[in-house]
Design a protein around this ligand. Sequence first.
Ligand SMILES: C[S@@+](CC[C@H](N)C(=O)[O-])C[C@H]1O[C@@H](n2cnc3c(N)ncnc32)[C@H](O)[C@@H]1O
Length: 435
Amino acid sequence: MKIDVFISYEHKSKSIADSIVSSFEQDKIRCWYAPRDVIGDYATSIVEAIENASVFILILSGESSNSPHVLNEVEMAYKKNIEQSQTITIVPFKVSNDELSRAMEYYIKRIHWIDATTSGMEAAITDLKKKVKRLLGIREEPDGSDGHERTRNTYFTSEDSKEIRRLRIQDRTVLSFDGTIYSDGAKNFSKVTALDLGSNRGDNFFNRFSPLPNLEKAIGIEYDKGAVEYANKKFGADKFCFYCYDVEADDLAERLEQICDEQGIEKFNMVNISMLLLHLKKPFALLKTIRRFMEPDGLLIIRDIDDGFNVAFPDKEKLFEQTIRYCAESEFSGYRTSGREIYTMLKDTGFKDIKLENLGLSTVGMDYDEREALFDTYFSFIAGDLQSMAQKYPDSEHYKTAHKWIQDHYDRLESEFMRDDFFFVLGFMLFSARK
Ligand SMILES: C[S@@+](CC[C@H](N)C(=O)[O-])C[C@H]1O[C@@H](n2cnc3c(N)ncnc32)[C@H](O)[C@@H]1O
């Protein structure tokens, strides 16, 4: 079992160790400290814990610097750094001004410590946690809310054949989730003029809009050039046309005006935004602009994700819980609690008749192939994303650990998922709203 932080202390500092553990574990940093986490033989348990930890916190005092147990633990961490390729970062946390033993000085003389003797214990533990989070590659939560920050995510490139395959499978898997929303919606209009944002290679848009008998024009916007070229080659004809453009660009409105002029479109009456908002920094601004380009009573359809609505049962070993957490930590998988913000954004941007058309895509009723496709859709990209994070942040032990963990557990995840009685719900959300 991988451990984030090993805490080494002398028993007089036990209450400080307790406070650190309690503060860290509130933020889901996995701590190991004796005696709480000792299983079986004491010495073996300590050795294994240090072997599996990424950060070694040393509670530094006169007593600990003279304690043979603590010195042993420091020596193990020190040796792990020097002799093995895996590294553990030693972070001394100084809790007294006592003189240090020469043995301790030898180990820590070049290491920066956090000084709890000047700033007060609570503030020092906060600093310590910040430092440890940086080392583990965990981003600070901006406002105490549950997730990470919404950022602009430019993860897609048309060279990414794995992602192209994943999107194709996802598209088929969610057809039933979308139900009859497109065909029913189109009945309200004599002619449909459709706009799709983040259209990728056009499959999702084409599959949903080409069957509409009253489709007149369908415009897709996507900022990956290769994907746009592909979509125009495959689907572009008199009805479908794809443009390469960034929907978060400041001059989106001007660009949309140009497109409407070019295509002889007054306004759009159906707008589709599928799995895009989670990748955007400013979805509110986009919705505001798009609304201006919609006919009165025009229909907006949004599909997005919220991992807070994922359910995996039974998850006895918490493999799914851990995987979903790792997925949320990757910058490439988008803002994983995007779904819950959509209703409020639609209200605030003036949309009416807002409906949550569907919530949660479950394995209930799925046959073997469908279940496998859903597994692929959700889980296949996570290992690659974590590998990319490890490459982007080479100093972060956390992403290396996460990547290895996923690789080690992927087969188990899949076999659990494919069990007939395993229940999984993926937190997809489908909203509709009118201008
Ligand atoms: C997860 S894919 C969804 C594709 C498709 N809508 C679907 O549901 O299958 C997101 C797509 O949005 C594109 N995208 C992301 N940010 C964008 C932006 N700012 N402007 C235009 N396209 C963007 C990505 O390149 C990618 O093709």
